[in-house]
Design a protein around this ligand. Structure first.
Ligand code: SAM
Length: 329
């Protein structure tokens, strides 16, 4: 078990399979993109499967989420999913994606064993999409969502980040869009993770503001906090149910006390928090022929160093040197 010194147990592994992305969301990376990791530094398919296999069969990980960068850009993703789905005990397998290309990949991923998708969608306006993501791909995302739902990867979850002065007027419309199609929407507060370090606390659209915007148009009833468990989203029943909306107040309503996550970066570094200032290298020992026991010891060192909180609200908070795209959101 991956239990830290505060008694939290990590059961949810986020695996970044590439740092590359085909969008340029301004809250994540600059318009010109980033210097991508050189290919030899990326874990191979076999290396990913070995590390995920150890985590699942020896360390109590029950959920594996593939992310990035944009995970659909990794050509081997369906094959990786298939091999992870063959592990015993079989973990729950999901992907967080921007949805571009999902219309084509939903069927092979489903056939490989993918259980669920989280698709990022911040706006319903093509012009605002271009402003936010620097690419004209809204229609692809909408098509990807529809394909995932059609193939039965339900509930299809949608993640939205609101940016002040850009898409912050769209909260009710995004919720209506998701309710009409049976998607489960979650708003995520913007976090200080962008490569260009442009995050400003006073610019961030807060969970309170999002709730106030929705409250005018929908009846929202909070689901019992006890049912939330380690889920980051505070969930509300919308208009009497059964559909819900989630608000992930990572900054103003942190949920670190019940965090159950650990992360593996695309270049084989373990992180115990999105905001961790250090990493535990798995790639070097892996490539030097380390035994399972040696690799497991590295996972245990990582989890033991996990801090009680992400520190965003502490004086002197420093953003991690690595951008979100490399860490894997
Ligand atoms: N490319 C995929 C996608 O768009 O979903 C996966 C990677 S992306 C980093 C994962 C999630 O992190 C997305 O939902 C994205 O909106 C969110 N995200 C990225 N930067 C963020 C930030 N600074 N604050 C909050 N959420 C962020």
């Amino acid at each position: 078990m991956l239990t830290d010194s505060y008694g939290r147990t990590a059961t949810d592994l986020r695996v970044s399979v590439t740092d590359r992305c085909n969008l340029r969301c301004s809250y994540c990376m600059p318009a010109e993109g980033l210097d991508w990791l050189p290919k030899p530094e990326l874990l191979t398919d076999d290396e990913i499967v070995r590390l995920v296999g150890l985590a699942v069969t020896r360390l109590g990980i029950t959920e594996v989420r593939f992310t990035g960068g944009e995970p659909l850009l990794r050509r081997g993703l369906p094959a990786i999913v298939e091999r992870v789905a063959a592990l015993a005990p079989r973990p729950e397998i999901s992907v967080t994606t921007n949805g571009v290309g999902l219309d084509r990949l939903a069927a092979p991923l489903r056939a490989a064993g993918l259980d669920r998708v989280n698709v990022s969608l911040d706006t319903l306006s093509p012009a605002t999409f271009v402003q936010l993501a620097n690419r004209d791909r809204l229609a692809d995302v909408v098509a990807g969502l529809a394909a995932a739902a059609a193939i039965g990867m339900t509930p299809v979850k949608v993640n939205a980040v609101l940016m002040r002065g850009v898409n912050d007027g769209e909260a009710p419309a995004l919720l209506r869009f998701c309710l009409d199609r049976g998607y489960e929407l979650r708003f995520i507060e913007q976090m200080p993770l962008d490569a260009q370090h442009g995050w400003r606390r006073d610019e961030m659209v807060t969970a309170d503001e999002i709730l106030a915007m929705l409250d005018g148009e929908f009846s929202l009833v909070p689901i019992d906090a006890e049912l939330r468990g380690s889920a980051p989203a505070e969930t509300f029943i919308v208009d009497g149910g059964p559909q819900t909306v989630g608000i992930i107040g990572s900054v103003t309503r942190p949920f670190c006390g019940s965090c159950d996550r650990i992360r593996l970066t695309a270049d084989g570094q373990l992180r115990n928090c999105l905001f961790a200032r250090s990493e535990n290298d798995l790639r070097t020992p892996l490539r030097a022929g380390a035994s399972d026991a040696e690799l497991i010891a590295q996972w245990e060192r990582c989890i033991q160093a996990k801090l009680p909180g992400h520190g965003i609200n502490d004086p002197g908070f420093l953003q991690p040197a690595r951008p979100m795209s490399a860490i894997g959101g």
